[in-house]
Design a protein around this ligand. Structure first.
Ligand code: PGA
Length: 252
């Protein structure tokens, strides 16, 4: 099996103002051992990115934006470019989160444009995909996920995608307390690795980290991480408190 360093990522969504974000980042930095053998990432709101990056400058905790725009500059009121995110000190960016897809018109095409811009700016993208409850019930899960991967990653080479991280987040499991069963998760992750192997390159598929997201907490992280094709987690609700997030990070 490929040697993939696990990544535990916290998505703060629309939570915590600047002062709260700084205080929380400081608390996490104290709670998470500096020599931990998993990669840790947090995604504050845009307005808290710079202060949180400053605060975590000497820490192993990486900082991500929750979204970005694909253009570098111009008359795009309200948008933020990959370079701007980099300039705050961020190393990662979340792209295509299901809340962006559901509520803000994100499509596989915009995900693809953002992914290209993120990679050319040197950001590590965490690309989110996932089926809705309706799609799972209609037995379209695999078809939907394959399309999201193929369209989202379209036009990029295996070399360009070498840093990319995939996050499988079944929409029906996000913020609902309904985690997918370990069997479901492993089945999907193995399938995703095959889609990447067939559509891009076997080596890329073996090296690519595939995270699971959707109601991950300290009580279920160990069984998820024990699955062969799960390389980490994207955590929402349980990433907002020091104890619960550091508990997830120290799942071993
Ligand atoms: P949740 O969110 O952990 O609160 O379910 C996960 C996510 O949206 O990334």
């Amino acid at each position: 099996m490929a040697n993939r360093t696990p990544l535990i990522a916290g998505n703060w969504k629309l939570h915590k103002d600047c002062a709260e974000s700084i205080a929380f980042a400081e608390a996490l930095n104290k709670a998470i051992p500096a020599d931990i053998d998993v990669d840790v990432m947090v995604a504050p709101t845009f307005t808290a990115l710079y202060p949180v990056c400053e605060c975590l400058k000497t820490s192993p905790i990486a900082v991500a934006a929750q979204d970005m725009f694909w253009e570098t500059k111009g008359a795009w009121t309200g948008e933020i470019s990959a370079e701007m995110i980099r300039s705050c000190g961020c190393t990662h960016v979340i792209i295509g989160h299901s809340e962006r897809r559901q509520f803000f018109g994100e499509t596989d095409e915009t995900v693809n444009a953002k992914l290209k811009a993120a990679l050319s700016a040197g950001l590590i993208p965490v690309i989110c995909i996932g089926e809705t409850d309706e799609e799972r019930k209609a037995e379209k899960t695999f078809e939907v996920l394959e399309t999201q991967v193929k369209m989202g990653l379209k036009g990029l080479s295996a070399a360009e995608l070498s840093s990319a991280v995939l996050a499988y987040e079944p929409v029906w499991a996000i913020g609902t307390g309904n985690t997918a069963t370990p069997e479901m998760v492993q089945e999907v992750h193995a399938f995703l690795r095959k889609v990447v192997a067939d559509g891009f390159q076997k080596e890329l598929a073996n090296a690519m980290r595939i995270l699971y997201g959707g109601s991950v907490k300290s009580g279920n992280i160990a069984e998820l991480m024990a699955l062969e094709d799960v390389d980490g987690a994207l955590v929402g609700g349980a990433s907002l408190e020091t104890e619960s997030f550091s508990g997830i990070v120290r799942y071993k």
